[in-house]
Design a protein around this ligand. Structure first.
Ligand code: KG4
Ligand code: ZN
Length: 336
């Protein structure tokens, strides 16, 4: 089975072709970062217009990179949400049009869950279930207990900012540019994380919090005279505290759910090498990370989750509606 994936939830337009052996036959990504950089964040109207400009040509590129025509595509998977509604609508309208005209099923995909599937791409052998999975992105810090590959039981989430969002906001405070994660990671490499050590939030019940650390950084930098030469140390202290919070919850999850032998960590922040190194060093799990190119937003993860969902329930339609916010009520489990 071959699925064409389409992603347009935020600031990347992406298309990909994936098969049922988790092979990525093609993956095309157009990043809008240069369009938004001067504003220090994403401007929704600019994002939607850019998706509209790129989506058709990127779809053609994905098909030609895969060496197939639309006739060989069995289904079309598209990001349904969460995301910017104007941006989602571009992908959904385009994918719905394709599905209708080709008489092929349309599979609406949850973007946050798809990040987890980014870690399964290209694997010959799928990891063992049940497992703990975490999505750490610019919009979400979600912890899941997964009984099987399509069972997303949300056991933890952030009460305020997402982890990636805090990297972006701290980078903005330090005037380092956007997106903040990769820039802070690079600065931190030459910094001393003890010079400005910061508190780590350790709330109960796998609840994450990233707004306190942001205020902490703000107060700290207000007291620094020569900020330019100190930025790398601030970055190192912040990165350690932000990532140590994730590690704290992982270790707790490992203790609470000893039947889980594997861990997936996905989403933009999963690209962070301090996080990767510490996870491998500190947790008893077999850790699965996406390849770096599948940590951030991409359409291969959308296509692959769509493919697995379609296999499980092939009765899909031709159209779908976007949703802006992650449907917490549907997935949250307080009873575990
Ligand atoms: O998953 P993603 O590409 O988009 C969303 O669905 O949100 O994640 C983007 C987020 C941004 O907040 C970015 O700053 C963060 O991931 N990020 C990182 C790193 N690379 C990207 N955070 C920490 N370290 C990194 N190396
Ligand atoms: Zn994402």
């Amino acid at each position: 089975m071959i699925v064409l994936g389409i992603e347009s939830s935020c600031d990347e337009t992406a298309t990909a072709v994936v098969d049922d052996k988790a092979n990525v036959l093609s993956s095309q990504i157009f990043s809008q970062i240069p369009l938004h950089q001067k504003f220090g964040g994403i401007i929704p109207e600019i994002a939607a217009r850019s998706h509209l400009e790129k989506i058709s040509v990127l779809t053609e590129s994905a098909l030609s990179e895969a060496g197939i025509g639309l006739d060989k595509v069995d289904a079309i998977a598209v990001t349904q949400g969460p995301g910017l509604v104007g941006s989602l609508l571009v992908g959904i309208s385009y994918a719905s049009g394709l599905a209708l005209s080709l008489n092929k099923p349309l599979i609406p995909v949850n973007h946050v869950h798809a990040h987890i599937y980014g870690a399964l791409l290209g694997l010959q052998k799928q990891p063992e279930w049940p497992m703990i999975a975490m999505v750490v992105s610019g919009g979400h810090t979600n912890l899941y207990y997964m009984k099987n590959s399509l069972n997303f039981q949300l056991i933890g989430y952030s009460l305020d900012d997402a982890c990636g969002e805090s990297f972006d906001k701290v980078a903005k405070m330090l005037d380092l540019g956007y997106p903040g994660g990769p820039i802070i990671e690079k600065m931190a490499q030459s910094g001393d994380c003890e010079k400005y050590s910061m508190p780590v939030s350790k709330l109960a019940n796998f609840r994450f919090s990233y707004s306190g650390i942001k205020t902490h950084v703000l107060n700290k930098i207000a007291k620094i005279d020569n900020l330019d030469s100190e930025k790398k140390h601030v970055c190192a202290g912040f990165q350690k505290a932000a990532i140590d919070q994730l590690l704290h919850h992982f270790k707790k999850a490992a203790k609470k759910y000893p039947e889980c032998q594997s861990l997936i960590i996905a989403g933009g922040v999963a690209a962070n090498s301090y996080l990767r190194d510490q996870l491998i060093e500190q947790t008893p799990f077999a850790c699965h990370f996406p390849e770096l190119k599948y940590c951030g937003d991409n359409a291969a993860m959308i296509a692959y989750l769509g493919l697995r969902e379609y296999e499980q329930s092939p009765q899909q339609g031709f159209t779908t509606e976007p949703f802006a916010r992650y449907p917490f009520e549907e997935y949250i489990r307080n009873d575990l």
